[in-house]
Every structure is written in structure tokens, then in C-alpha cells.
Design a protein around this ligand. Sequence first.
Ligand SMILES: [Zn+2]
Length: 79
Amino acid sequence: MPSYTLTLACGCTVYVACHPMTGLAHTRVVDTPATDCRRRRHERGTRLWLWELLPDPAAPAHVSFSQSDMEQGRVTSLC
Ligand SMILES: [Zn+2]
């Protein structure tokens, strides 16, 4: 799986780098912070953990993870 970008619920874009051999995502950095994002961590170039990609509990969930995707560190379902 090639590297790809994700748009978070807050509007920030995250670059996800995948290992060329295993296809597993190993690095996630903020690519383009949303102008109205209030999360201090979301600055360009900031490395994020997988759970930091999850939306705020108070916010509507736009990103869903299945169990197998969590184990593989991948997100395949965005809606
Ligand atoms: Zn953000």
C-alpha cells in the first residue's frame, strides 16, 4: 500500500507513510493543519500516533476503524 493522506474530522490533513515492503503505516505527520483547528498538537510536521487520528469524542465520527485495520495500523474506511 502506497503512502497516502487522511483528512481528520478537525479538517487537518495527515500524511501517512507506509513501509514499502510490508505496506504497514509507520509514520503519520500533520501535512496541512486546518485554519480553524484548535488542537495545539496539529502543527505542520508534528508526528501523530494512531489514536490521535481519532476524532474528539464530542465531535461526530467521520473516521471508522475496523478491528483488523487497527491491528494492521491501516485505515480503509472513510465516510
Ligand atoms: Zn486538527
